[in-house]
Design a protein around this ligand. Structure first.
Ligand code: IPE
Ligand code: IPE
Ligand code: MG
Length: 237
């Protein structure tokens, strides 16, 4: 990024890592090879974000709807996530805080415990916050927050008048994190697919036809340049 643009950087970038399957099919490879290649892009982009000083990044890795896929693809993705968890842990050693968005229990006890341990171990690191949305759905996130609020009301910890936007926000999986500023979706699809729907209410969108495995730091620079030229009004004038 040139200095000219560095004053207007997003605080929080969300990436929908889409297009892995098509990347593989285009090459006559099984879809799982696309997921492997996509994981490489994740590594590259996460490190680059840290390098250029982005404070919060969220990568959408697996949605609450992705369980609908053929069992062998789901199994392969679970294998891949397990493999990469160890590696993602290395980021924690680089002063990066790790947070998993979504219901971890779906991954089984061992993997869920590993995720919880990684979150605990890195909780005080403040270089960058890396969030991985796994078994994540924006609607599920809101339901999860609403259930906690219902519990607080029924325990008489709060009353109805205490329910407001900031309370709902604070009880989402992203509680305490800033909203998304820039949301990047590769693969040519122009939809949000149940990603951070509440948190992206005022996000700037960047769509590109590039498939996630081909997404590069150069393309991210392009998205950042585009972002820096936008006028965000948040409903004002
Ligand atoms: C994104 O790539 C990865 C996951 C949803 C897990 P896809 O697998 O959706 O790739 P396409 O969209 O079929 O190309
Ligand atoms: C969104 O991609 C989910 C992830 C990238 C993890 P999908 O491929 O599941 O989205 P749709 O089905 O095209 O909307
Ligand atoms: Mg897809």
């Amino acid at each position: 990024m040139s200095d000219k643009n560095s004053g207007n950087m997003p605080v929080h970038i969300g990436f929908i890592m889409d297009g892995n399957g098509r990347w593989a099919v285009k090459r006559g490879l099984p879809r799982k090879m696309g997921h492997r290649e996509g994981a490489q892009t994740f590594r590259k982009i996460a490190r680059y974000c840290k390098k250029i000083g982005i404070r919060y990044v969220t990568f959408y890795a697996f949605s609450t709807e992705n369980w609908k896929r053929p069992q062998d693809e789901v199994d392969e993705l679970m294998r891949l996530f397990n493999e990469y968890l160890d590696e993602v842990e290395e980021y924690a050693g680089e002063n990066t805080r790790l947070v998993f968005l979504g219901d971890k229990s779906a991954f089984g006890r061992d993997m869920a415990q590993k995720m919880i341990d990684m979150e605990k171990k890195s909780a005080d690191f403040d270089g960058m916050t890396l969030m991985l949305a796994m078994n994540y759905g924006g609607r599920d996130d809101i339901v999860h927050s609403v259930k906690k609020i219902a519990e607080m009301v029924s325990d008489k910890e709060i009353g109805l008048t205490d329910i407001n936007e900031s309370l709902v926000s604070s009880l989402l999986y992203t509680g305490g994190m800033p909203d998304v500023d820039l949301l990047i979706r590769p693969s040519g699809e122009k939809r949000i697919s149940n990603f951070l729907i509440w948190q992206s209410a005022y996000a700037e969108y960047y769509f590109t036809d590039t498939l996630w495995p081909d997404f590069s730091t150069k393309e991210l620079d392009k998205a950042l340049k585009d972002y820096s030229s936008r006028s965000r009004r948040f409903g004002g004038v």
